[in-house]
Design a binder for this molecule. Structure first.
Ligand SMILES: Cc1cc2nc3c(=O)[nH]c(=O)nc-3n(C[C@H](O)[C@H](O)[C@H](O)COP(=O)(O)OP(=O)(O)OC[C@H]3O[C@@H](n4cnc5c(N)ncnc54)[C@H](O)[C@@H]3O)c2cc1C
Ligand code: FES
Length: 266
């Protein structure tokens, strides 16, 4: 697919926000899905060779536009940050399994760092039919973005930073009080944060828990097996391998084998 970049701005020296016009993409996009985007504008340029996965941060059905919030960490995202308005950019259709949506529930949305990106589209959608509290954490002030939009589409929003520069000092999961009052928790962010969110809900059967995992991906469409994670099969109760890009990136967080997902942090 191709779309026109209608805006691309740096929010600070770490993050950019790109808005792309593509009515066809927007009409098929669901919260939790991602795309594989070509970070070079020309077909004859092959460095970086692989497209990069980014979550769908927001959509505007009326305008036929969608937004991507990206953290500049390497070559691909640096190239993205340099793309000018009106450029034509190439990307996949919406990929992956979206979040399961609910109605008339009390929801906690927990996002850490750039893991907040797919949570905006999710929060906006959930807020139409649910009560939604947003818990947003970052390492420092620069990681706390788009708060005015989250405030508009939530009943409550609480912020934390590791250095205490905005909100409460500490981890985002420490902000969550009365976990038992929630019907469902959705989370996206660094793996230790997701594991900490799992610890909050693991013993409470009444709380559903969905997470979006940002494993490193090569193909993004289930072909290369480069994004395997381990989950417990609901029926057999045995551990099985699944592809994060195809079966995920959204999973039932209570089925994930967290010690394998967090292996690089162990
Ligand atoms: C489903 C999915 C959704 C994602 N959504 C977003 C999003 O909305 N916004 C966003 O900024 N990023 C998102 N990411 C992560 C993003 O894909 C990577 O940051 C990006 O591919 C890095 O490309 P690069 O060329 O700039 O960096 P590279 O040069 O490829 O790598 C630079 C550094 O980033 C690390 N890195 C690369 N990919 C990942 C990853 N998946 N997780 C953790 N570290 C990584 C590398 O290990 C390396 O240290 C998502 C990833 C997945 C799988
Ligand atoms: S990235 Fe290739 S199978 Fe998931």
């Amino acid at each position: 697919m191709k779309g026109v970049v209608v805006d691309n701005r740096l929010l600070n020296d770490k993050y950019g926000l790109m808005c792309i016009e593509s009515p066809e993409f927007v009409k098929n996009a669901n919260p939790g899905q991602f795309l594989m985007i070509k970070t070079q504008l020309h077909n004859y340029l092959y460095d970086p060779l692989l497209r990069r996965p980014l979550g769908i941060c927001d959509v505007n059905l009326k305008r036929g536009t969608f937004s991507l919030l990206y953290m500049i960490v390497g070559k691909g995202t640096k190239l993205l940050s340099n793309i000018a308005k009106e450029a034509v950019i190439s990307f996949s259709e919406p990929l992956g399994t979206p979040f399961n949506l609910t109605a008339d529930k009390k929801i906690a949305v927990i996002g850490g760092g750039v893991g907040i990106a797919p949570m905006l589209f999710l929060t906006k959608t959930l807020y139409e039919n649910n009560s939604v509290d947003v818990y947003y954490g970052g390492a420092e002030e620069k990681d706390i973005l788009l708060t005015h939009v989250f405030e508009k589409y939530s009943n409550n929003m609480k912020i934390s930073t590791n250095d205490g520069s905005v909100g409460k000092k500490g981890f985002v999961t420490d902000l969550v009080e009365n976990i038992d009052s929630y019907d469902k928790v959705y989370a996206c962010g660094p793996k230790p944060m997701l594991k900490a969110a799992f610890e909050l809900v693991k013993d409470i059967d009444e709380i559903d828990f969905e997470v979006s995992l940002e494993e490193r991906m090569a193909c993004g469409v289930g072909a290369c097996l480069g994004c395997i994670i381990y989950i417990i099969d609901e029926k057999t109760e045995k551990i099985k391998q699944v592809r994060c890009c195809a079966e995920g990136p959204v999973f039932d967080g209570k089925q994930i084998v967290w010690d394998t997902v967090c292996k690089e942090q162990l």
